[in-house]
Design a protein around this ligand. Sequence first.
Ligand code: BEZ
Length: 211
Amino acid sequence: MSLRLGDIAPNFKAQTTAGEIDFYEYLGDGWGVLFSHPADYTPVCTTELGKTAALQSEFAKRNVKVLALSVDPLDKHLGWVNDINETQQVSVGFPIVADEDKSIANAYGMIHPNASETFTVRSLFVIGPDKKVKLMITYPASTGRNFVEVLRVIDSLQLTAGFSVATPADWKEGEDVIVVPAVSTEDAIKKFPKGVKVVKPYLRYTPQPNK
Ligand code: BEZ
């Protein structure tokens, strides 16, 4: 059975470019992003890890620890990091897991045999402080992910974890949000003193409550 939203993210111990880590200890009480890439020394993966490194301060600002993974060995990761740093003008500061026995890839369903029997696809999991899976995305090897979009989703996940709101299509930090259907308009007016705009009884907006 593969992982689904709301499931507990499996813990693991792993060899990484930053030494051996215990995943839960690495995450501490904060949020996490665990993402796989198909292989080291490949072009799209090089840009993805470079982009993630460029956004390290944005992840840190949101109390998110990042962990990359592929089934390549540690010495390969270590050599490749130099190339990422050189070609993407970054300094990769997050660990990369060497999951040679594929135990983590299998636990997280990162190998999709009809895409590749041997390599992980581009899976990405956002894990909350309760260690539950909050977001899963899967991209094929041919398509690099948008890590600014990952940050946008994390903003939504962190906001909606604390308030009875949801975020509309294309929402960005600072924009109006939606009052969840479970809250009556009468209660919403009390809960959200910045105001509630009722477009339809089921479509109600309020300014972002934590701004
Ligand atoms: C890449 O990262 O460029 C890549 C990896 C595996 C297959 C295709 C592309």
